[in-house]
Design a protein around this ligand. Structure first.
Ligand code: AMP
Ligand code: GLY
Length: 420
């Protein structure tokens, strides 16, 4: 099978690495990729927001399967365009991708499907803002109703800050989504979905804030671990039964079935798991941890999703271990970041590349905010943490920063789901 992976982050490096180990894969390409994927998959330049460029590359390269990493091409309808060209595609249609692309659409689907989630209200007129804010908070949750890569969200108990954030979004022409605040630890559950059948992967936890102890602004994700030793044994079954399957059934009922990876971001509240958000693709950096534990060959699974035969797959096999990934970010991230710094240690085992490129002189240099995702496994979280931080200590990027507390509270047994 010739597989073309679209994207160029740590998630795509993890996907490419897993595919490269699958004997069913005869050729791999990753576009645009990064310096890490280029060691395993042929690199091609592509504008991921342009479906026609992706289709042209898939045809010219004679791909049997196109695997989409990021949401941008999916929301733009690139998976539809690839399928229309007669090539199998791992990733939802543009219509189904609205589950991520429009938070208002996701809320509407959840309401129709009876899926537990925060109360919400869309405000598109500044004149209605103050009344609306009075109905929510404290604590206020103010979101941009559109793609914002986790960065358009403000969670605050400060009324003035909530109001200012909402006004800034409205000024920029973005409708604002207000939500009730969900308490409890967060979890990410990835499910393979072929339109009807749902196959969950291991649950993971992501660290969205930039600093230790969840200080500072939200980011795309600074680290992750899997599985969740503190989670109730029935967590995955409960989430599939009460959230994922009803959502998948509702999308199918509307004539826009979801095929690809449905990411459920959850708050595990005293009232049970509730949805914070859906994404229409693998999460970054959770994928780096989750795929490090998957023993089932990945290509066959992704192909089964793309061809609607997930129900015929044998149960997934997992390593009985824990995995931790730590993101090494560029100076200034998640604000203005410095790029083109030379990285050393980028080729060490367990070092996945997020924003990197190879310079003409052969040096690997930074090319984005999140630069590396270092990953390690171990018999338990503490061992995996020790291993991953030892590896982080072996990479060097001037001015970079990373969180030192990824999976720490979980390893210490300090996380608990609140009880009613
Ligand atoms: P989102 O972009 O919707 O995933 O939001 C980013 C982050 O904001 C989430 O990972 C949560 O930490 C936080 N968040 C979003 N919505 C809520 C909510 N309703 N209640 C509590 N925290 C939230
Ligand atoms: N890790 C969060 C995301 O991929 O959206």
């Amino acid at each position: 099978m010739r597989i073309l992976v679209i994207g160029g982050g740590g998630r795509e490096h993890a996907i490419v690495l897993a595919l490269s180990r699958d004997p069913a894969v005869t050729a791999l390409a990753c576009a645009p990729g990064n310096a890490g994927t280029a060691a395993l998959a042929e690199p091609y330049a592509v504008d991921v927001s342009d479906p026609q460029q992706i289709v042209q590359l898939a045809k010219e390269w004679r791909a049997d399967l196109v695997v989409f990493g990021p949401e941008v091409p999916l929301v733009a309808g690139a998976a539809d365009a690839v399928r229309a060209a007669g090539i199998a595609s791992f990733g939802p249609s543009g219509q189904a991708a609205r589950i991520e692309g429009s938070k208002a659409f996701a809320k509407e689907v959840m309401q129709a499907a009876g899926v537990p989630t925060a109360q919400s209200l869309v405000v598109d007129n500044p004149a209605k803002l103050d009344t609306a804010l009075a109905e929510f908070g404290p604590t206020w949750v103010v979101k941009d109703d559109g793609l914002a890569a986790g960065k358009g969200v403000l969670v605050t108990s400060d009324f003035d800050a909530a109001r200012a954030h909402a006004l800034k979004l409205l000024d920029g022409g973005h409708p604002v989504l207000l939500e009730s605040f969900l308490d409890g630890p967060e979890a990410s559950l990835f499910c393979l979905v072929d339109g009807t059948t749902v196959v969950p992967l291991l649950p993971a936890q992501d660290f969205k804030r930039v600093g230790d102890g969840d200080a500072g602004p939200n980011t795309g994700g600074m680290g992750a671990y899997a599985p969740l030793p503190w989670a109730p044994d029935d967590l995955v079954d409960t989430v599939v039964r009460t959230i994922v399957q009803p959502t998948v059934d509702e999308l199918a009922r509307r004539g826009t079935p979801f095929s690809g990876l449905l990411y459920t971001g959850l708050a595990l509240t005293s009232q049970g798991p509730q949805v914070i958000e859906f994404n229409c693709r693998f999460g970054d950096p959770e994928t780096q941890a989750v795929l490090a534990l998957l023993k089932t060959p990945l290509a066959g699974l992704l192909n089964a999703v793309a061809t609607g035969s997930l129900a015929e797959q044998p149960p997934l096999e997992w390593a009985d271990e824990a995995a931790v990934t730590v993101v090494v970010a560029a100076e200034g991230y998640p604000g203005r970041t410095r790029v083109d710094e030379v990285i050393s240690g980028a080729d060490l085992p367990g070092v996945l590349h997020s924003g990197t490129r190879r310079r003409e002189d052969g040096a690997v240099v930074s090319a984005g905010g999140r630069v590396l995702s270092v990953v390690a496994t171990g018999p338990d979280l503490e061992a995996a943490r020790n291993a991953v931080y030892e590896r982080v200590g072996q990479v060097h990027l001037p001015g970079s920063h990373y969180r030192t507390d990824i999976a720490l509270r979980a390893a210490r047994g300090e996380i608990a789901v609140p009880t009613a």
